[in-house]
Design a protein around this ligand. Structure first.
Ligand code: FEO
Length: 173
């Protein structure tokens, strides 16, 4: 059984992950509108990954005898000044998510919930990757400095990103 405090915090995190999914779907729509189909693909996969994160927390809460409570998802932005601005917003958002995950781990430690700590470790590792991916694209966009051919090539590169089921869900399948 999970503590009420951790149950509440995980429910809040399910909402945060769904909001992240919604944010990245909005960024995908923005990139499509600007003609960057590859970047739109990158954000569409990000959208799926965030839904997966919500699903992992959802499954976990149920496994631990908790009660999932879904709340309203707040509206997200729809416009950015440029693709670079969208990726910079992605990085800032992922840093925020990292702080939320760290806070969940902090609660799990205080509650002496070792099982939750084990599950949260996956998210801690995932956040390193999330931040690193965003920074890598930001650096490339800065290097290109608006060069059309370079942007085309980067867009092609991001079009190649494919979805992979994360291990906590693959194990359930
Ligand atoms: Fe669910 Fe992008 O962290």
């Amino acid at each position: 059984m999970i503590s009420k405090r951790l149950e509440d915090a995980i429910n809040a995190q399910i909402n945060a992950e769904m909001w992240s999914a919604y944010l990245y779907l909005s960024m995908s729509a923005y990139c499509h509108d600007k003609g960057y189909a590859g970047m739109a693909n990158w954000f569409a996969i990000q959208f799926k990954e965030e839904q997966d994160h919500a699903q992992i927390f959802y499954n976990y809460l149920i496994s631990r005898g908790g009660r999932v409570l879904l709340k309203a998802i707040d509206a997200v932005e729809t416009e950015w000044a440029s693709p670079l601005a969208a990726f910079e917003a992605t990085y800032a958002h992922e840093q925020h998510v990292t702080s939320l995950i760290n806070n969940l781990m902090h609660i799990a430690v205080e509650e002496k919930d070792f099982a939750a700590q084990s599950r949260l470790q996956w998210f801690i590792d995932e956040q390193v990757e999330e931040e690193e991916n965003a920074v890598e694209i930001i650096n490339k966009l800065k290097m290109l400095d608006g060069n059309g051919y370079g942007l085309y090539m980067l867009d092609q590169e991001l079009a190649a990103r494919v979805y992979a089921t994360p291990s906590p869900l693959a194990a359930k399948a």
